[in-house]
Design a protein around this ligand. Structure first.
Ligand code: G4P
Length: 535
């Protein structure tokens, strides 16, 4: 039964929640920063707890590392911690580029993102890709430029790069004083304070002191940081005041401007300022578009959407955990909800609520929270659960894969197991499956080659199927759609050989070259060729 919740209660729960993901190129410092956040949140007692788990840093991918340590996999995907009266949900995003699709989907479940850049490297390829997804959803993004304790690139140049490459205004809220060996701290541009960095060698401590500077022209500044650094700071601030954009909270919330912080995650410098500002400025859980209407997050009735499926800890048991973002209302353990795609009721008695273990109230979840639902394949990515009303929440897409392989089964008597395995792994979002309309082949599509290795490995270990691959020469795949069924039929007849259906039976077409694709797009203007498909 749905409990009646007062509008004030739900508002209060929403206002204090912040759900976000960290995006970064591998090695920029995402794990280190996450760990510091958890220390501030009181969830971790000791630095090194997460990094320790990443001991095999050259493991093929985060995903496989996680697989190997399935015991920690579920909780490490979602971390909830309290901070200054807020409930922060931090969603992990796989760093390896071959698993970027998983990351894209995680980004559909957050309300904002934190971008971590390595100050020596600036914007790297993976960040650029992830930013595109953030932009598709107009996600607010905050930026942390990390590793200032090392020689970094010129801060102004870094801001320029963010603007030019990522197409978003970069507005520094702190400014570094020196870097590398001469790194002294940061100047807080809003508060007019200098925060000193004292490297004491102890990682995880917070070695800093603060001095308020009323007037940068004051000679006391020279004494404080040395006249060279003082002069440089004055010039930079003057330049920023003259040529930079003023910080505009609305522009941040609309994803047009990113506030920028400088610091050093490993030394825990600048991290607390970042977190303080983050909880203050980042948006609380927003509503969601559905196929019929928009859900506001403060509606009393429960709704949620599955954005990720993860194989469960024990490979021998094929149960899986579906990660669901609560979009509206309250969820409590044991509650009955409607699973619309399957047209049946589900009871949420086995729901896992990700909360620091020793806190009370861990039996319920609110908008912005993520819950884990163990299941045997009843839930797949994109499924909507709600109290009653038939809803289909939009915005959890599949992206057209870029690499393709034909599956070759070694033992033909295992065909049934192969089919089962492929369909289940597809539902998890681990890989995409396509069936040509002219043959019985299975064609797998992925964003990165590692996904094929992982799939073959899982087919062997979890389904007892030995499979190999053959290359498929395809340049691209696009889903096809048209309002005009006659035209679509004509197209299908003309291009039968290139036509495939995805695991849900939706038609798509393979193109062998860019030239061929361009020509086809021109020849068939009333057909939509999509690179993304709603789940
Ligand atoms: P990732 O999750 O984004 O892949 O990055 P991660 O936090 O694992 O950090 C990558 C490397 O960068 C680690 O070094 C980490 O210690 C280092 N690092 C993180 N923040 C800072 C910083 O502020 N300054 C400096 N100088 N280094 C930083 P590693 O050598 O790969 O690992 P480890 O031996 O330190 O564990």
């Amino acid at each position: 039964m749905q409990e009646t919740i007062s509008p004030e209660r739900i508002q209060a729960e929403i206002q204090k929640r912040r759900t976000f993901g960290i995006i970064s190129h591998p090695d920029a410092g995402k794990t280190t920063l996450t760990e510091k956040f958890l220390l501030f949140g009181g969830v971790l007692q000791q630095a090194g707890a997460i990094r320790g788990k990443k001991a095999d840093r050259h493991a093929k991918s985060d995903w496989m590392g996680v697989e190997r340590e399935r015991g920690i996999s579920v909780t490490s995907s979602v971390m909830q911690f309290p901070y200054q009266g807020y409930e922060v949900n931090l969603l992990d995003t796989p760093g390896h580029k071959d698993f970027s699709e998983d990351t894209y989907r995680v980004l559909t479940a957050v309300d904002s993102a934190l971008m971590v850049l390595d100050g020596a490297k600036g914007v790297e390829s993976q960040t650029e890709k992830l930013m595109q997804v953030c932009r598709m959803r107009s996600l607010p993004i905050m930026t942390f430029i990390n590793k200032l304790d090392r020689e970094c690139r010129d801060p102004l140049e870094l801001l320029d790069e963010i603007e030019n490459v990522l197409g978003i205004q970069a507005v520094p809220l702190t400014w570094p004083i020196g870097m590398g060996k001469t790194f002294q701290g940061v100047y807080d541009l809003l508060r007019g304070e200098i925060r000193f960095f004292h490297s004491v060698g102890g990682k995880g401590t917070r070695p800093e002191t603060t001095r308020v500077i009323d007037d940068l022209q004051d000679r006391a500044l020279d004494e404080l940081i040395g006249s060279g650094a003082a002069e440089e700071l004055r010039q930079s601030v003057e330049l920023l005041n003259g040529a930079g954009y003023p910080f505009d909270n609305r522009a941040y919330l609309q994803g047009r401007q990113t506030p920028v912080f400088f610091g050093s995650a490993v030394n825990n410098f600048g991290v607390q300022e970042l977190l303080d500002t983050f909880v203050r400025l980042a948006p609380s859980p927003r509503g969601r578009e559905t196929e019929t209407r928009e859900i506001a997050s403060d509606e009393p009735e429960f709704s949620g959407v599955v954005f990720k499926i993860q194989a469960n800890m024990d490979p021998a048991h094929r149960d899986r955990i579906a990660f669901l973002r609560v979009c509206s209302g309250m969820m409590h353990k044991g509650m009955r909800v409607r699973h619309h795609r399957m047209n049946r009721n589900m009871d949420l008695s086995r729901a896992i609520i990700f909360m620091a273990r020793d806190r009370s109230g861990a039996e319920e979840a609110w908008p912005g929270d993520i819950i884990g639902l163990p299941n045997h394949g009843t839930l797949k990515i994109g499924d909507t659960l709600s109290h009653k009303e038939e809803l289909k929440i939009k915005g959890v897409p599949s992206f057209a894969p870029e690499l393709f392989r034909r599956v070759i089964l070694k033992d033909p008597f295992r065909a049934k197991q192969l089919e089962k395995g492929l369909f289940q792994l597809t539902e998890e979002g681990a890989i995409q499956l396509f069936r040509p309309v002219m043959s019985n082949d299975y064609i797998l599509g992925a964003a990165g080659a590692l996904q094929f290795d992982v799939t073959a490995d899982r087919l062997r270990t979890e389904y007892g199927v030995e499979a190999t691959y053959e290359p498929v020469s395809a340049y691209a795949l696009r889903w096809i759609h048209s309002e005009d069924s006659r035209i679509l039929q004509q197209f299908r007849q003309r291009h039968q050989r290139q036509l495939v259906e995805d695991a849900q039976g939706r038609p798509a077409v393979f193109f062998s070259s860019s030239w061929w694709m361009e020509r086809t797009l021109e020849d068939w203007p009333s057909i939509t060729f999509s690179k993304t498909m709603e789940n």
